[in-house]
Design a protein. Structure first.
Lengths: 140, 140
């Protein structure tokens, strides 16, 4: 998918938690809740250690990121986005900087990322299919 | 897991959206966002059609349900629960009644489930491991 719908970009930039689903070596689903941001038309996340989700992605880059819009009890099923994506991991000296940028979105503008600056990994997510409920699924 | 921690029970009963992760026949993750409730120490969800997630569970009952606690920008990573569970599907005349009960939690107390009453399916989730961030992971 070359261009993300504007409403989806706004949702992502508003700082929703992202539920990252990968598949473990035994074939069972694995989920962690992470921070995400945008870099052009890709989503990005920062990681300071090579944990289970990174090892899963190295083996199989097919992932899902699911994000909730703010809750609205007047609608039947709350708006949310389910993004099937291809994930690519790159070792990066700027993982901490990405995390620090996201800290200001997910926590407070004046907050610094509360861990020492070390090299890490950036995951880039290329969205292949947009599902869920919301204006992002009503675009062609 | 025989008994769910009380804090987790309270989170589930407060009406958080549940991100249900299963695995599709091609081995890729599949996610849908659903309503869940409690029945004893199992989670339950109601479904009126036998869609992809049900077919995935019939093939492999290992699932993850991930749920967010209310957002709190003062904490580092917002509280959330990641529940690895065994899912079991049963055809049920009471799927609609479960959905109608959950409508009152997820929408409004006076709201009826906005679809005709028909037979469907109930999925029962037996929690096998509790992860995430929150008081539910600090219990032994």
């Amino acid at each position: 998918m070359d261009v993300l719908p504007q409403e989806l970009r706004e949702l992502i930039e508003s700082g929703p938690l992202a539920h990252l689903s990968t598949v473990s070596p035994d074939g069972s689903p694995q989920v962690t809740v992470i921070w995400v941001g945008l870099d052009g038309d890709q989503l990005v996340s920062g990681h300071l250690s090579r944990n289970q989700k990174l090892r899963n992605i190295e083996r199989d880059p097919r992932v899902v990121l699911s994000l909730e819009a703010p809750r609205d009890p007047s609608v039947f099923l709350n708006e949310h986005a389910v993004l099937r994506a291809h994930a690519a991991i790159e070792p990066s000296d700027e993982a901490w900087d990405l995390l620090n940028r996201l800290t200001k979105v997910y926590m407070r503008p004046a907050q610094e990322f509360p861990a020492p600056r070390t090299p890490g990994y950036i995951i880039r997510y290329t969205v292949e299919r947009i599902g869920g409920v919301g204006p992002w699924t009503r675009q062609s």
